[in-house]
Design a protein around this ligand. Structure first.
Ligand SMILES: O=C(O)CCC(=O)C(=O)O
Ligand SMILES: [Fe+2]
Length: 532
């Protein structure tokens, strides 16, 4: 049981990290580091005990004595080196967690930084640099930490953790001896570490050593991919029952997890109606709560919320049936995605937003920026560490994202998914009328939009949450206003509004009950707004 202590610390450190409880995460990572070191020492001591019982040979020559002595000490060292892997292997598992101690230090310095313990973070990072002295990410992090600390001269003297410094130099010495034995005495040795510098390996053994290391690195990557598993509870591949709607791309063709592209969700007439709404709203003034969100100075950004659309109908600026279509499209999207992603629980609207991005003419040459930088919808992506922090200002309650495209008469404006590094593009989607992209809002789905260099790109963006208390109050307010106006939102199966008979209406006919069938007359609710 005792030997499992560091895994207990490891798991609780991860849990504190996930809930952004940084001080406690620091405490647990530190304990985990110490326990890991303690376990390693214990394991090494066992090697010494075991080596005393090596079978004795009878009469040997002096030459043979040397060889025997060398073989004995090399076996002892090899056993001690293998403790790295032993300590990094969970009970019941076959393989070790590669690069274990450096990984712990990586977690620790990030937690220390997040908890505001910059001095601690610098010390841990310096310790990590003992393993990987020229690692670019660590060096730039060190720069960031020291800059953040300003002119704190005391920092210069921050030393790496003493016991780990000793651990590293002892390990290097042992590796040198073991590699010597491998080269000259035919001694079998497999290096358990990824951080071993090339200089330690005799030239003749380097090629084989590199190949071995490559294999270990691949394994590490595989482990990272396992981390890319989505814990959202969604499971892509459920049925799409609406007539006329087809699956254009799935997880496989989109090269990821819980992503889908559906075509035929709207027909041209419906797209035109919503585009008209966008134009009317834009000409009625600033689109989005008096706020523009210019991700880039080369584009104009206009938005319209469902509530604002309903309010505009009251002022006579917008057709009632057009505003209603906006509300109902949301229902269609929810039905489609809830079924396709086999949602384990009810999905509530978290936010609905009609967004148009227009290229500013004469200002497009040589643009290198994006219309929407790479991000994850429900956490803060940190590409350097490949982590995604589920904490404000990220809208952490968002579970499922959807973008329903309305037009294609513009240049650029492709949606793309990336790896967690925010650089490696894994899939691209070209917007077109009636195309719906759905994906789980978490770290498996970083995405961005390429620059819109000509024309206006409009899309209806929607987010859904599994948490009822995070449902969109604006949407409820819109429905209440509608009801107060005598324009109750129709129930399933009711007569169609004139001018509305396209794909959305067809799609809705497959739906049973839901948001649109709530009774009118409830009070107007405000507050609890979501946002972009
Ligand atoms: O418009 C798109 O294609 C994506 C927009 C997006 O990612 C967002 O608003 O979070
Ligand atoms: Fe997004």
């Amino acid at each position: 049981m005792e030997s499992e202590k560091h895994w207990t610390q490891y798991d609780s450190a991860l849990a504190f990290e996930a809930s952004s409880d940084w001080p406690r995460a620091v405490e647990k990572w530190r304990e985990c580091v110490n326990k890991t070191l303690g376990q390693t020492e214990e394991c090494r001591a066992q090697c010494e005990v075991a080596s005393q019982y090596l079978p004795e040979h009878q009469e040997v020559s002096v030459e043979g004595m040397f060889e025997k002595a060398a073989a004995l000490s090399l076996s002892l060292l090899s056993c001690q080196q293998s403790c790295v892997a032993q300590v990094a292997t969970r009970a019941g598992r076959i393989s070790a967690q590669e690069d274990f101690l450096p990984t712990l230090l990586e977690h620790l310095h990030i937690a220390q930084f997040k908890a505001g313990d910059l001095r601690g973070a610098v010390q841990t990072l310096r310790t990590l640099l003992l393993f990987y002295p020229s690692d670019k990410d660590s060096l730039s992090n060190l720069e960031l930490y020291t800059e953040t600390l300003g002119g704190d001269t005391g920092l210069q003297g921050t030393q790496p953790l003493q016991d780990i410094a000793q651990y590293v130099s002892r390990s290097l010495l042992e590796k040198k001896l073991l590699f010597f034995g491998k080269e000259n005495l035919n001694f079998d040795f497999t290096d358990p570490d990824l951080w071993t510098p090339e200089e330690v390996v005799p030239e003749q053994l380097r090629d084989a050593w590199r190949a071995e290391k490559e294999l270990l690195n691949e394994k590490l990557k595989e482990e990272e991919n396992v981390l890319e598993m989505d814990d959202s509870g969604f499971y892509a591949g459920g049925p799409v029952r609406q007539v006329g709607v087809t699956i254009a791309m799935d997880d496989h063709t989109l090269n990821g997890t819980n992503r889908v592209v559906l075509d035929g969700v709207l027909d041209q007439k419906e797209c035109d109606t919503v585009l008209r709404l966008a134009t009317a709203a834009a000409s009625a003034g600033d689109g989005y709560r008096g706020r523009r969100s210019p991700h880039t100075p080369h584009e104009k950004f206009e938005g319209l919320t469902v509530l604002r659309a309903v309010k505009l109908t009251q002022d006579g600026m917008v057709n009632q049936s057009d505003a209603k279509l906006l509300l109902e499209m949301g229902d269609t999207v929810r039905t489609l995605l809830s079924s396709y992603f086999r949602s384990p629980s009810d999905l509530y609207f978290s936010y609905t937003h009609l967004v148009c991005r227009s290229a500013i003419t004469g200002n497009q040459k040589g643009r290198l920026d994006l219309s929407h930088p790479v991000h994850v919808d429900n956490c803060l992506l940190e590409p350097e560490t490949r982590q995604c922090w589920r904490e404000p200002p990220a809208l952490t309650h968002r579970d499922l994202s959807a973008v329903l495209y309305l037009n294609d008469d513009f240049e650029g404006g492709e949606l793309f998914f990336t790896d967690r590094d925010a650089k490696t593009v894994t899939a691209r989607v070209k917007p077109t009328c009636g195309r719906l992209v759905g994906f789980s809002s978490g770290p498996v789905n970083p995405h961005g939009v390429t620059a819109v260099t000509a024309g206006r790109r409009c899309a209806l963006a929607l987010w859904f949450t599994k948490e009822k208390h995070h449902r969109d109050m604006e949407r409820e307010e819109a429905e209440a206003l509608w009801a107060a106006d005598g324009m109750t939102v129709k129930k399933e199966g009711e007569v169609k509004e004139e001018g509305e008979g396209g794909a959305a209406a067809r799609a809705r006919s497959g739906r049973s009950g839901g948001q649109a069938s709530r009774s009118p007359g409830r009070g107007v609710v405000t507050g609890g707004k979501d946002e972009l």
